[in-house]
Design a binder for this molecule. Structure first.
Ligand code: HEC
Length: 109
């Protein structure tokens, strides 16, 4: 009787573990697509070294009012392709990060 009980609880336990495992996997999947990237964080990580902590420029040009000159699409292309001394970020940035970053910059007027 005792052994049967033990086996039952082991079965239940292992079922519980597999269910848990699936739950974790789903959680991990959800984490790879964050709700919203923070454009200023992305900027700090990838752009600040050349465009400055106030977007005032340095090695790269001042982009404080880049939204007056370039549309969101143009900014996306600029970041993806680089050029003229700016490296391309197509690979380094997630699509989500690229989008929010470009939208933020395009709004600076
Ligand atoms: C290694 C230095 C460097 C880094 C890092 C860098 N840039 Fe640049 N960026 C430049 C240079 C230099 C130019 C000017 C290129 C030219 O004259 O065509 C430029 C140009 C630009 C322009 C066009 C400005 C205009 O008025 O036409 C935008 C927008 C821009 N960068 C955004 C970014 C963003 C966003 C990041 C981060 C993802 C970034 N840059 C990272 C050096 C850099």
């Amino acid at each position: 009787m005792k052994i049967k009980l033990l086996m039952m609880s082991m079965i239940i336990l292992s079922m519980g573990l597999t269910a848990c495992g699936n739950g974790n996997k789903q959680q991990n999947d959800a984490q790879t697509t964050p709700a919203q990237a923070d454009p200023q964080k992305v900027y700090q990580n990838f752009c600040i070294s050349c465009h400055g902590n106030q977007l005032q420029g340095g090695e790269g040009p001042n982009i404080q009012k880049v939204g007056e000159r370039l549309t969101e699409d143009e900014i996306i292309k600029r970041i993806q392709k680089g050029g003229g001394g700016m490296p391309p970020f197509q690979v380094a940035l997630k699509e989500e990060e690229l989008k929010v970053l470009a939208a933020w910059l395009a709004g600076l007027k």
